[in-house]
Design a protein around this ligand. Structure first.
Ligand SMILES: [Fe+2]
Length: 167
């Protein structure tokens, strides 16, 4: 894994106002996932589930994430917004899903700025190295950017469950 990942929660006090700005995407993701509009919007880490946006930056020089899938407990669908364009912002790499034969199906060459990829969270996927032939520089904002939305199980709630189980 080689990336920057910024988590943005509804209770964050900052100037991003991401849940206001991307309200339509949030509502669409909730609808597709089978949730009410405001299902987890007021939840905090003491609750079982929380909702969040994830701003992902895969830097030029090999930004990537290994093949993986998400548990279907609360993260039923993934919605990935395209914030940079292959062929313009970077030349190689990008998101792929494995088909039934275990072959990579790459998507980035079919995506434009603002496009949203919707998939079942259980699909096996990853991000191939973005322009690995270039020099890596963590300080620039160059590279591949995406914005994801999803509901997840709270780590704090999970820790509490483990402690009460262990006695
Ligand atoms: Fe993923």
């Amino acid at each position: 894994m080689k990336l920057h990942c910024h988590y943005l929660f509804p209770w964050d006090k900052n100037d991003f106002k991401i849940f206001e700005y991307f309200h339509e995407m949030y509502k669409m993701s909730q609808y597709i996932g089978g949730y009410a509009d405001d299902e987890y919007i007021n939840c905090t880490p003491k609750d079982q589930f929380v909702t969040r946006f994830q701003l992902m930056h895969y830097p030029l020089g090999g930004g990537h994430i290994q093949v993986h899938q998400h548990p279907g407990d609360a993260f039923k669908v993934t919605t990935i917004s395209t914030l940079s364009v292959k062929g313009k912002d970077y030349q190689t790499g990008g998101v792929y899903f494995l088909n039934e034969n275990g072959e990579k199906v790459h998507l980035d060459e079919h995506l434009d700025f603002g496009d949203v990829v919707v998939s079942y969270a259980g699909l096996v996927h990853g991000v191939d190295a973005v322009d690995p032939h270039k020099k890596l520089d963590w300080k620039t904002i160059d590279g591949r950017w995406t914005l994801l939305f999803g509901n997840v199980v709270s780590d704090q709630w999970l820790d509490g469950q483990k402690k009460s189980k262990d006695g």
